[in-house]
Design a protein around this ligand. Structure first.
Ligand SMILES: [Zn+2]
Length: 240
């Protein structure tokens, strides 16, 4: 890291603070247990600043409790997931985060949890149907299911990218695993992680009471367009 010029190092330091602070949101919203779950954010490296034009990412280290997640504890990797700076190994999900950043340049933040209700839908391999106006707002339709993928190579990242590229949704339920969410920055990705758990829970409860009522596609489209125009916090206009 010492070869990076000062503006890059300052941005890395700022991103460490942001990512550490956002990790506290995961237990706060009840999305994680023990050391599961992770947040990352891209550090944009201006090619004029060298040594290379490739961006960096800041992510949680592996196996550290949420109480220990200070800015100093965060680790910095290149977009191949190689550790550049940090005392500990990067999260075991770093390869998946890095694959998303390499293949979706508009994405600036990625979050992964095993939040209970979203993961329950992933266990059934069933998309969460768009039966709430807030789902039309936030996800622009159903929350899709991605393929089954084993940890250890690019297969999780590939599944996330293949599923979300053709979708308005910033969240994918990786089958038998759990949700991954994306955003233009880590704040937006954390918001999507909170929202996907909320709608998974609500639609699950609705299902216990009886059949749910679909929303007409034209209504979904207009709700989504209005919400994205007003709040514009998702990436999805560019991708759908
Ligand atoms: Zn996982």
């Amino acid at each position: 890291m010492t070869t990076y010029p000062r503006p890059v190092l300052e941005e890395v330091a700022r991103t460490r603070e942001v990512v550490a602070r956002l990790h506290a949101e995961l237990p706060r919203w009840g999305l994680v247990v023990w050391t599961a779950g992770n947040v990352s954010q891209r550090v944009v490296v201006d090619p004029r600043h060298g040594p290379g034009p490739e961006d960096l990412l800041v992510i949680k280290p592996s196996g550290v409790t949420y109480d220990e997640l200070t800015a100093e504890a965060m680790v910095v990797c290149d977009l191949d997931g190689n550790l550049l700076e940090g005392d500990r190994s990067p999260s075991s999900d770093t390869a998946a985060h890095a694959y998303v950043y390499r293949n979706m340049p508009e994405v600036g933040g990625v979050v992964h949890t095993h939040s209970t209700y979203a993961t329950a839908w992933a266990a059934r391999g069933e998309p969460v149907p768009c039966v709430l106006t807030m789902m039309a707002d936030e996800f622009g339709g159903d929350v899709p299911v991605g393929p089954f993928a084993l940890i250890g190579d690019d297969s999780i990242g590939r599944g996330i990218v293949e599923t979300l590229r053709g979708s308005r949704s910033p969240a994918v339920l990786m089958r038998n695993h759990g949700p991954f969410t994306i955003g233009r920055d880590a704040v937006a990705a954390v918001k999507a992680a909170v929202m996907v758990e909320e709608v998974a829970r609500t639609v699950h409860i609705a299902r216990q009471l009886g059949p749910t009522v679909p929303i007409d596609q034209n209504h979904i489209d207009s709700l989504y367009a209005r919400y994205q125009n007003v709040y514009g916090q998702n990436l999805t206009e560019d991708r759908s």
